[in-house]
Design a protein around this ligand. Structure first.
Ligand code: ADP
Length: 469
């Protein structure tokens, strides 16, 4: 059902100008949504991004510092000053950088601007994974078995692990991006792993609090896209299966998941929507689960838009970024799941990284020749262009290739076709690896776990080495 805000008699003051506190493809993605909504844009950028496509296409741009993210994209005073100077009335943080920084969200609001995302309190609550698990458990979500709170000593950790049974996983309470996790297979390995996990957590997140979870041996990663508004509405927009991972980082995402039944989809989707409603959640969010032997286990909640959001857009036809903006401006959600939001066909996204497809060594540099894929139901979200130099300072993801099809098979064929017609010369990309994944029998049958790709890559490397000998 499309619910027009005007029917409710509400006159909403839409933003006039949005500042985008991000870079790359997602900055461009937000500019596109704003332009369609008649909203002006300002992008902030580092000196290394002065010639980026986002800077070229935004209405205004402000240089906020040198290349290192800590001096530019994470420089809160510089970003707030840019917003004040340009007269922006809202800030979109996108993903990464300051998107889940509660202090930033709070400061944005204190400066009289709207932070496009949930409240700072909610960001804080979900940002601490221990608090998040406790919160959603109290709301009835199934969670991964593990320690009730933080683990402060080797003795406590060992005791809990032995009670639960190895293997276990030590995780950072403030963790993210798959960093700072240690798998422990037997008690003799515990002490070293515990110390490593704590020092990695401290180094990466400035907080050495860790906790323990049962390590699941054959799960899928299934996440639910949720949305809430300031009128008390909350809904889910289906799942994304992100089980193709390397080093706990997603490489390919799809909807619907090849392993979920209609009943399971409805069960976990409704549970996620119910959780969002109970939390009074505003904006876009994702609730991540591991799924094993027909059971779901909550892992974490991301209080922002995700890299893989286009997968959901392709099967629902809803522009998630414009929905985020509307909700932040106080409008009610324009879609209501209960009255028949149907997932249409199948969508798959692959992440294109500027990396060697075998060694994964980053491959920044100049793109000497570029041709984007196209055709029916093919979408390439990227900010690269011919002659563009990929700076070495940031994440190596340079684009996302997303295709839609009537079913999974059509989608896979379309994606392979689209990969083959993509031309990115001058640098290395992970496209050959993605094409290889799409042709593997396990991928085609849908029969794999989150550990599958790493095992397969290890076998491939071994084969290559033995051929060499
Ligand atoms: P991050 O915030 O770093 O992304 P997550 O908690 O979302 O951390 O975990 C990232 C990935 O790590 C998951 O997608 C999954 O592959 C793996 N993982 C996390 N918890 C477990 C677990 N208990 N057992 C097995 N794998 C796990």
């Amino acid at each position: 059902m499309i619910q027009s805000p005007y029917e409710q008699g509400a006159i909403i003051k839409m933003f006039k100008k949005i500042l985008i506190a991000n870079r790359g493809e997602i900055a461009l993605r937000i500019i596109r949504a704003c332009r369609e909504m008649g909203i002006e844009t300002v992008v902030v950028h580092s000196t290394a991004d002065a010639s980026s496509m986002a800077v070229r296409l935004a209405d205004e741009s402000v240089c906020i510092g040198p290349p290192q993210a800590k001096d530019s994209y994470l420089n809160i005073p510089a970003i707030l000053t840019a917003a004040a100077l340009t007269g922006a009335d809202a800030i979109h943080p996108a993903y990464g950088f300051l998107s889940e920084n509660a202090q930033f969200a709070r400061m944005v609001e204190e400066h009289g601007l709207k932070f496009i995302g949930p409240s700072p309190e909610l960001i804080e609550k979900m940002g601490d994974k221990i608090v998040a698990k406790k919160t959603v458990k109290a709301l009835g979500l199934p969670i991964v078995p593990g320690s009730e709170g933080s683990i402060d000593t080797v003795e406590d950790g060992l005791q809990i692990s032995e009670e639960m049974g190895f293997p276990i996983l030590i995780k950072a309470a403030s963790g993210g991006g798959g960093k700072g996790m240690q798998v422990v297979r037997e008690s003799s390995e515990f002490t070293e792993a515990f110390n490593t996990a704590r020092s990695e957590a401290k180094a990466n997140f400035g907080d050495d609090t860790v906790y323990i979870e049962k390590y699941l041996e054959k799960p899928r990663h299934i996440e639910i896209q949720i949305f809430g508004d300031s009128h008390g509405n909350a809904l889910h927009l289906g799942e994304r299966d992100c089980s193709i991972q390397r080093r706990h980082q997603k490489l390919l995402e799809e909807c619907p998941s090849p392993v979920l039944s209609e009943e399971e989809r409805e069960y976990i989707g409704n549970l996620a929507a119910e959780t969002a409603r109970s939390l009074g959640y505003e904006g876009a969010g994702t609730i991540e689960f591991l799924y094993e032997d027909g059971k779901f286990y909550f892992m974490e909640m991301n209080t922002r838009i995700q890299v893989e959001h286009p997968v959901t857009e392709m099967v629902t036809g809803i522009d998630l970024i414009s929905e985020q903006i509307r909700v932040a401006a106080g409008e009610p959600l324009t879609v209501c799941n209960k009255t028949g939001l149907k997932l249409r066909g199948h969508a798959i996204e692959i992440r294109v990284n500027a990396e060697d497809p075998e060694t994964f060594v980053p491959s920044p540099g100049k793109i000497t020749m570029y041709h984007a894929p196209g055709g029916l139901d093919v979408r390439f979200d990227s900010a690269i262009y011919g002659g563009y130099s990929i700076p070495p300072y940031y994440d190596s993801m340079i684009g996302k290739l997303i295709v839609h099809g009537r079913d999974r098979q059509e989608c896979i064929e379309r994606l392979k076709r689209a990969i083959r017609e993509t031309v990115i010369e001058g640098i290395k990309t992970t496209l050959p690896l993605q094409e290889w994944i799409l042709s593997q029998p396990e991928f085609i049958s849908g029969d794999y776990t989150i550990h599958w790709l790493e095992q397969k890559l290890a076998e491939k490397a071994e084969e290559k080495n033995s051929n060499r000998v």
